[in-house]
Design a protein around this ligand. Structure first.
Ligand code: G
Ligand code: G
Ligand code: MN
Length: 506
């Protein structure tokens, strides 16, 4: 279940992010399209009002001639031929003197009381037929021309503009919605943007679409949704597979530890003075039933990351006890048995107990158990770690600082930790050749160790020159292919049988 959590969360995150982006894109496009349609509607209403202006000019002309029969006919023709207009009226000295309707009829209730505004929306209750109109007015000598524009055409413009967003025509304080009623514009509290006409005092307003709309997403973005869904599932699947692979290596390692496939190899550490065996370093090898030997560089980092290094080292310690105990009579007193320890293990609560069990395995025997602590990881950062190592040092364990010269801790580590040995990293010893200056670095490292009164083991000795150099510098404890590679238990027994017994102590 824990393995599934991560891929599911990643896929979900990807899918939701995709949805959000598609939604944002569609919302943005909708907003853009509403702004454009609002501008187009404003243009159409401008055109309708241009008819009203033309009719008003005709009426002005008719009024100047005193509203004759011909003049009235002219008004009627004007209203009849201009498709969007309903009626044209001339008011002079407070009276309607002429209209486009037969018999100078008037549709507006008390037209004399209309305020003097160029444009206004009249609600249905101000009209004889109860249908709202838009009024356009033009002042003339002694009065005004009143032109009414049919609401049906205005509503058509608003309603046909868009099928999803709400739009309305706003004039002064009132608005005409596409449902056809005239309302108070402020009270309707539309949050949308206003698109104002450049020629007449009106605006078209639109209600912005909801930012998130499932219907919009499903209607307009379904193909993208399917694509993102497929992508998210694929990514989740790939993460699961990748994780499955690395965790299956971990599982394999866990099983290998349980089945005892991690075995100790032994590399001799010799005393350069006598040529005798001084001790061994234990090096883990994975004897895989199918893949053969897997080198520690491959599985130790994974063991350290997963915490498996703890059971791995414990298992190795137990094997070392079982294998070396019967050999002790053949080994010199004070024989050194070095085990590599990772910082992860030193920090674990079981560490001191694990080492004590290892120590008890050799109880009553004259051996020195060496804990090789690598300098590659920062040691000093954790006081708990230093304390644990010092406790074990006091209990008789030997502490060796491995890979000396390559790591973090340097001198500060030497002060805080009770260290018995340093193991000079093979990279320094490897440099030593017949060439001039090849020993400069190693000279410094040896000088430093001597000044700090630390015992030295040289690692990675491969050639006679290197051995001679180390002899000249009085480095007597030596390890490397020159003396012997790490070997299996059986091969190690053969090494012992071929060497004279030699006694040495710290
Ligand atoms: O054995 P080799 O010889 O290839 O070792 C490679 C690296 O693996 C070395 O850095 C060595 O310190 C590390 N190593 C080998 N065995 C162990 C072990 O048992 N525990 C830990 N922590 N490191 C090990
Ligand atoms: O990091 P640590 O010192 O624990 O690891 C020892 C590593 O050095 C092991 O991988 C071991 O096989 C390797 N080793 C030991 N002796 C020699 C040597 O003479 N030459 C080289 N190249 N490697 C060596
Ligand atoms: Mn080591």
């Amino acid at each position: 279940m824990r393995n599934l959590m991560m891929p599911i969360l990643c896929a979900l995150f990807l899918f939701l992010s995709g949805m959000l982006i598609i939604n944002w894109q569609l919302w943005h496009m909708a907003t853009l399209s509403y702004t454009q349609t609002a501008a187009a509607s404003t243009q159409k209403i401008d055109n309708i009002l241009a008819e009203a202006v033309s009719a008003a000019n005709t009426a002005k002309h008719v009024a100047a001639q005193g509203c004759t029969r011909d003049g009235q006919l002219e008004l009627g023709t004007e209203a009849a031929l201009k498709p969007h207009l309903r009626a044209v009226m001339i008011q002079q000295q407070g009276q309607i003197i002429c209209t486009s309707l037969p018999g100078n009829g008037v549709l507006i209730v008390r037209p004399q009381t209309l305020p003097n505004e160029t444009l206004m929306l009249l609600p249905g209750n101000r009209l004889v037929n109860g249908i709202p109109v838009l009024i356009f007015q033009m002042p003339i000598a002694d009065g005004r021309v009143i032109v009414s524009v049919s609401d049906a055409h205005l509503r058509d413009v608003i309603a046909s503009a868009t099928n999803s967003a709400d739009m309305a025509l706003v004039v002064g304080e009132r608005m005409l919605a596409r449902t056809g009623d005239v309302r108070d514009w402020k009270a309707a509290s539309w949050a949308g943007a206003l698109t104002a006409s450049a020629h007449f005092p009106f605006s078209v307003v639109w209600q912005p679409p909801a930012f998130f709309s499932l219907t919009r997403l499903l209607q307009q973005g379904w193909s993208l949704i399917l694509l993102i869904l497929a992508l998210s599932v694929t990514v989740g699947f790939l993460i699961r597979r990748y994780k499955g692979k690395s965790s299956s290596f971990e599982d394999d390692l866990r099983k290998a530890i349980l089945h005892g496939e991690i075995v100790p190899y032994y590399q001799p550490i010799v005393n350069g003075d006598t040529g005798g065996l001084y001790g061994v370093e234990v090096l883990a090898r994975w004897k895989h039933p199918k893949s053969g030997f897997i080198p520690p560089d491959v599985f130790i980092p994974i063991a350290e990351r997963s915490g498996l290094i703890i059971p791995l080292t414990k298992g190795l310690m137990a094997k070392v006890v079982n294998q070396l105990k019967p050999l002790l009579p053949k080994l010199p007193d004070g024989f050194h048995i070095g085990v590599n320890i990772s910082a992860r293990h030193i920090n674990a609560p079981s560490f001191i107990g694990d080492c004590r069990v290892f120590g008890k395995g050799f109880q009553g025997k004259e051996v020195k158990l060496v804990l090789e602590v690598t300098e590659r990881e920062p040691l000093i950062d954790n006081p708990h770690l230093v304390e644990n190592l010092n406790t074990l040092h006091n209990a008789g364990f030997v502490i060796a600082l491995d890979d000396f010269g390559t790591g973090y801790s340097g001198l500060s580590c030497l002060n805080a930790l009770a260290i018995d040995y340093i193991k000079i990293d093979k990279s320094f010893v490897n440099r030593v050749s017949e060439e001039k200056d090849s020993t400069i670095l190693l000279d410094c490292v040896i000088d430093l160790a001597k000044k700090l009164s630390l015992r030295i083991v040289a690692e990675g000795v491969e050639t006679r020159e290197q051995l001679e150099y180390l002899n000249r510098n009085e480095i007597t404890l030596l390890q490397g292919y020159y003396f012997g590679k790490p070997v299996s238990y059986i091969d190690f027994i053969k090494v012992i049988l071929s060497k004279p017994r030699e006694t040495m102590s710290l």
